[in-house]
Design a protein around this ligand. Structure first.
Ligand code: ADP
Ligand code: TMP
Ligand code: MG
Length: 209
C-alpha cells in the first residue's frame, strides 16, 4: 500500500496554495510546491522569476523548471512508497502551459516541452482550478513576479485547457469562480473521495510516458 499523489494546478493566485495546505492537513499529507525555490536549481528559478533584469533563453528556463522537478522525484517516490500522501502545488502542466504561452521556436512544440518530464511520477489526481482573469487580478500581490500580467495569463489559461486531457479520469477541471475558500475545498474533497484517494492505494505509482 502507498500514499496518493494529488496535484493542484491553475493560474497565479487562483488559490492553489491555500487549497493545497487545507488538503494536506485533511489527508495528513506532505505539501510540495513547484518550483521548489530552495534547491540549487530552484534558487536560479527564483532569481529568474523575481528579478526581471535576470534573463534566460526560454529553452533554458523551461529545462530548469523540469530539472527542479527531477531534483525531488526520488524523494517523492520514496515518500509515497512509505505510505505518505503528497499534495503538490503545480507540476508538469504548469511547465508546459507557461512555456507554450510564450510562443516561438521550441515553445511551439508540445513534444519538445513534454520531453524532459517523461518518467516523472504521475499524479493520481490533477485538480485544475479555473477562475476568471478579472477575479484573479484583483487578488493581493498580483503583478509582482514575471508572468503575472493579465495578457500573458490569458494565454496560459488557454494553453492549460488545451493540454489537459479531459478524457483522463485522473484529471478534473474545477470551476472556482466566485467561490470562497470553504466551498472550493468541498469541491476538491469530493473529487478526492470519489476516487478513494483519501485511503491507502494498492496500485503502483504511474509515470509520465
Ligand atoms: P496561488 O497559490 O494559486 O497563487 P494563493 O492560495 O496563494 O494562490 O491565493 C492567492 C490570494 O488569494 C491569497 O491572498 C489568498 O488568501 C486569496 N484566496 C485564496 N483562495 C481564495 C478564495 N476562494 N476566495 C478569495 N480569496 C482567496
Ligand atoms: P508560483 O507562483 O506558484 O510560485 O510559481 C512560480 C511561477 O513559475 C508561476 O508564474 C508559474 C511558473 N512556472 C513555470 O513557468 N513553469 C513551471 O514548470 C512551474 C512549476 C511554474
Ligand atoms: Mg505565483
Amino acid at each position: 500500500m502507498r500514499g496518493s499523489l494529488i496535484l493542484i494546478e491553475g493560474l497565479d493566485r487562483s488559490g492553489k496554495l491555500t487549497q493545497a495546505e487545507i488538503l494536506a492537513k485533511k489527508l495528513d499529507a506532505d505539501l510540495v510546491k513547484f518550483p521548489d525555490r530552495l534547491t540549487p536549481i530552484g534558487q536560479i528559478i527564483n532569481r529568474y522569476l523575481t528579478d526581471k533584469t535576470f534573463d534566460l533563453p526560454d529553452q533554458s528556463a523551461h529545462l530548469l523548471f523540469s530539472a527542479n522537478r527531477w531534483e525531488l522525484a526520488k524523494l517523492l517516490e520514496e515518500k509515497l512508497l512509505s505510505g505518505k500522501s503528497i499534495v503538490m502545488d503545480r507540476y508538469i502542466y504548469s511547465g508546459i502551459a507557461y512555456s507554450l504561452a510564450k510562443k516561438g521556436a521550441e515553445m511551439d512544440s508540445y513534444d519538445w516541452l513534454y520531453g524532459p518530464d517523461r518518467g516523472l511520477p504521475k499524479p493520481d489526481l490533477t485538480l485544475f482550478l479555473t477562475i476568471s482573469l478579472e477575479e484573479l487580478s484583483s487578488r493581493k500581490g498580483y503583478g509582482e513576479e514575471r508572468y503575472e500580467q493579465i495578457e500573458f495569463q490569458k494565454k496560459v489559461k488557454e494553453c492549460f485547457l488545451n493540454i489537459l486531457d479531459l478524457k483522463d479520469p485522473a484529471i478534473a477541471i474545477v470551476d472556482v469562480q466566485g467561490l470562497p475558500i470553504e466551498p472550493v475545498t468541498a469541491k476538491l474533497w469530493s473529487e478526492v473521495e470519489s476516487r478513494a484517494l483519501h485511503q491507502p492505494i494498492d496500485r503502483e505509482i504511474s509515470h509520465f510516458s
